[in-house]
Design a protein around this ligand. Structure first.
Ligand code: ADP
Length: 243
């Protein structure tokens, strides 16, 4: 039976989803103008709260809506129906530019495929989001170095992504996501491409970062899910359990 999450702490949630539905239109436009295009309901009336300090897993079979929910929680997308509030601001009706600003100020995002810039060093990759903030070069370097230290890459700061292993690249991506000190860190299948031991390092880095913020991880990986405080389970776009 679907149920909304109970906030585990006294602090107000950093992200809330209220009765969120997300539909996508499938396929390209028909040449017959009146023919309706099929829609797919990726999420169906899902309500969740994410509170500061929580380490939350999102689980479910492929196609159950995990990435869709994660993108909505991160403010990368907006729902077809319902409301998503990020750090007290509703994402509904915001311009793309204001939503990008909201993300920059409150959210760090880690993707399965890292998305690091190949031509610059690990440290420069980590420092990149601070350029948008207008922070000076020496402070950027200082913060990026401290973050790389935190994820155990103090001896890799000047290496380029191509000179690093998959697990090291993912830790650079986590450091980059944390450099703006976001209230919520969102990670989509962060161990998907990594071997068991390397995956463990990534889980440790994510778990450690949840002491200061909410961390939400979509994953198929039971090793990740068993480390989280709470697991939101989806099936066919519906919330089937949360706890
Ligand atoms: P999961 O992350 O659990 O694999 P997704 O959120 O990616 O699930 O997808 C949920 C459903 O929405 C699937 O049926 C998927 O095919 C569909 N879907 C996701 N993104 C799109 C899109 N951009 N256009 C059309 N359908 C989509």
């Amino acid at each position: 039976m679907a149920q909304a999450a109970q906030p585990p702490s006294d602090q107000p949630p950093v992200v809330t989803c209220r009765d969120v539905t997300r539909q996508y239109i499938r396929g390209s436009k028909s040449k017959f103008a009146n023919q309706p295009r099929p829609t797919v309901t990726a999420l169906d009336s899902v309500s969740v709260d994410i509170c500061p300090g929580e380490f939350v897993g999102i689980a479910g079979p492929s196609g159950s809506g995990k990435s869709t929910l994660l993108h909505l929680l991160a403010g990368l997308d907006t729902p077809t129906d319902g409301d998503v509030t990020l750090a007290g601001t509703s994402t509904i009706g915001l311009s793309e530019q204001r939503r990008a600003r909201l993300r920059l100020e409150h959210v760090g995002i880690v993707f399965q495929h890292f998305y690091l810039l190949p031509s610059i060093s690990a440290r420069a990759n980590v420092a990149l989001p601070l350029v948008e903030y207008g922070i000076g070069r020496s402070t950027r370097r200082e913060k990026a170095t401290a973050l790389l230290d935190q994820v155990g890459l103090e001896d890799r700061t000047t290496h380029k992504p191509g000179e690093l292993s998959g697990g090291e690249q993912q830790r650079v991506a986590i450091a980059r996501a944390l450099v703006t000190d976001p209230e919520v860190l969102i990670a989509d299948e962060p161990t998907g491409e990594l071997d068991t031991e390397t995956g463990e390092q990534i889980i440790n880095a994510l778990s450690a970062s949840s002491s200061d913020r909410a961390v939400v991880v979509a994953s198929h990986d039971e090793r990740v899910l068993e480390r989280t405080d709470r697991v939101i389970r989806l099936h066919d776009g519906r919330l089937v359990s949360d706890g």
